[in-house]
Design a protein around this ligand. Structure first.
Ligand SMILES: C[S@@+](CC[C@H](N)C(=O)[O-])C[C@H]1O[C@@H](n2cnc3c(N)ncnc32)[C@H](O)[C@@H]1O
Length: 263
């Protein structure tokens, strides 16, 4: 299944623009998920980025972009996102509490960057790109943006996610999101609902399930060596909630960490 086309890109941009008003609330509802289920694997893969130039693609309102600067010491830091409303939010947060981050509206498949970066991040991107052509275009841009031996750290929809093993109520209550659809096969549509809002304020994002072999083939074609990592719960999460709290999630996580290294 392939879904190439500008219409897909425009649909994603409009959805995120429309969701901008709810974005912060959605992130707040997912705070526990971010802190205990997603942050540990991201920050572990990121390694030491102190003083390194970092480009955060699909940066949204700068939630991770700001942390890569303030908690990890990356410098300089540039954030890019397709949705103008989210970049506007990121810029107003930056104006209120300056960290020296530069933001720009841009599509990762057509980016034009003069600067090179030691690290490129994209916390959820590839499952929004509509097919092989767009993914290859994005990975070529990322390859070009990276310095030699540079690392691309991204979260991607878990290709093995199984809707039958997903408990929507448990996930919504604990982690602030749930899935209502997850078609099998490469390019299958997954319906993701972040925020756990009341029905009339619920958001729906359609993601594409991209299988490992498909992504790995494109990555190697452009010169990036992929490594998939399972999410894990940090010590603070286990201490605060106990290991069984996360058992359902860990048995069938929504996302995997994908690290790609430029040779
Ligand atoms: C789930 S949000 C993640 C935001 C941020 N990384 C975070 O974790 O808070 C996905 C983001 O990808 C952006 N996006 C989707 N397709 C894109 C593209 N082709 N180029 C740049 N950004 C894109 C959307 O606008 C949206 O802000």
């Amino acid at each position: 299944m392939d879904h190439e086309g500008a219409a897909d890109r425009d649909r994603v941009r409009d959805q995120y623009d429309e969701a901008a008003a709810l974005f912060e609330e959605g992130m707040a509802r997912m705070a526990l998920y971010h802190r205990h289920c997603q942050d540990p694997v991201i920050f572990d893969a990121l390694g030491d980025v102190e003083g390194k130039a970092l480009l955060d693609l699909a940066c949204g309102n700068g939630f991770y972009t700001r942390r890569f600067r303030s908690e990890c010491g990356a410098d300089p830091v540039v954030g890019v996102d397709l949705a103008p409303m989210l970049i506007e939010q990121a810029q107003s947060i930056e104006s209120a509490e300056p960290l020296g981050i530069e933001y720009q509206v841009g599509d990762v498949t057509t980016l034009d960057l003069a600067r090179r970066f030691g690290v490129v991040t994209a916390i959820h991107l590839l499952h929004y790109l509509p097919g092989e052509q767009a993914i290859e275009a994005a990975l070529r841009k990322i390859f070009d943006a990276l310095e030699p031996k540079g690392r691309f750290v991204t979260m991607i929809a878990n290709p093995d996610f199984d809707l039958a093993r997903h408990d929507p109520e448990d996930s919504k209550e604990k982690f602030g999101y749930y899935f209502s659809a997850a078609e099998p096969g490469n390019g299958g549509i997954m319906a993701f609902h972040p925020g756990g809002f009341d029905k009339d304020r619920e958001m729906t994002f359609e993601l594409f399930r991209w299988e490992r072999g498909f992504i790995d083939g494109i990555a190697r074609r452009v010169g990036l060596e992929p490594e998939w990592r399972d999410p894990f719960i940090g010590a603070a999460g286990v201490a605060e909630h106990g290991a069984t709290f996360f058992a359902n999630y860990l048995a069938n996580p929504q996302s995997k960490l994908l690290l790609m290294t430029k040779s």
